[in-house]
Write a protein that binds this ligand. Sequence first.
Ligand SMILES: Nc1nc2c(ncn2[C@@H]2O[C@H](COP(=O)(O)OP(=O)(O)OP(=O)(O)O)[C@@H](O)[C@H]2O)c(=O)[nH]1
Ligand SMILES: [Mg+2]
Length: 350
Amino acid sequence: MGRGSLRMEKGEVICPERVRRLPTYLEIRERVLEVGREPIALSKSISKKALVKYSARLERVFRYVEENVLARLQEVNKVLSISFYRELASNAVPEGVDLVNVVGRLVGKVKVVRKLYREYKARVMSSIDRPEAEELYREYVGRVLSVIRRLSKDIELVNVAIDELRKAPCIDFAKPVVAVAGLPQVGKSTLVAAISTAKPRSSPFPFTTKEIVLGHIELDGTTVQILDLPGILDRPPEEMNRVERKALIALTTVAQVIVFLVDPSEDFYYGFDSQLNLLKAMLNLAGSKVVVAINKVDKVSEERLANVAKAVEEVAPGVTVVKISALKRLGLAELLNALRNFLSEAKPQG
Ligand SMILES: Nc1nc2c(ncn2[C@@H]2O[C@H](COP(=O)(O)OP(=O)(O)OP(=O)(O)O)[C@@H](O)[C@H]2O)c(=O)[nH]1
Ligand SMILES: [Mg+2]
């Protein structure tokens, strides 16, 4: 699902956390006005000093926009070429907004600043005196700011996407990815903390995890990436909130293996059936990738555990099922073994 768009060079890791926010219209305006007040140092020998001075100012304005707006937009574009990041970013902006389109349009508009720079530089350098050069410089600034002002809304929108991207994990698409999924409170974060380098927060409150957290596991000399995901409720995707959707996006775009965690406790807040329903949905989504781990075995009777295992096997015939306690670190070797088997079959993406 949505994998066709991985357009990365081999071995290249794109870290969206490095993408910087775009300056807002007001920030750009402030910087541009500052350029007008900055001293410009020129060597004594230079002729047509005033013209060179305004030409240098033009260049400062232009470079500022190139480096802080255009270059960042191009980075965003690169990140958005990866379906995982594109879907996460789209999940953060209002529904119906085509982000790739918005960024593309912005790039086109911002390039006008470059065109205007070339035009005004030539005009400044051929102006007859200082007042004319100054007048042209002011005109350039006015036109640049008017272009940017009209882009304010789009800049804000892209910044919402950038804020989201900066929180997204930096995935190496040449290495395998395992995702831990399940309803809230089944113990996903506790498990990821127990078996990987990541130490996500766990707590007895649903939706403790709101962001995708990346950890690493060394498995037979291969670095496996493991994702702690927010919980997902048993409901259709269109009814899910944005936090649940992040989990769904990771499951459909980057996970090669899904560890579906089940809480066997009799008093599980969301009930047992909801877990079976979600498991069914997960199998429909990505049947061949699912390993089921029944967690919290320390908490339930043998009898309860056997019943839960039986119910799981009925819903998921032929699927690997392991019994673990993330908290007490029981059965983790079996789980890692199951992952090892899976990953030797699954090919990493990219
Ligand atoms: N007894 C027992 N409790 C566990 C086990 N694993 C997790 N818990 C507890 O279950 C609660 C939820 O754990 P989390 O790891 O935060 O669960 P989660 O699935 O990440 O929850 P969300 O982030 O809300 O989706 C915490 O109070 C954990 O201590 C386990 O193996 N045994
Ligand atoms: Mg969690």
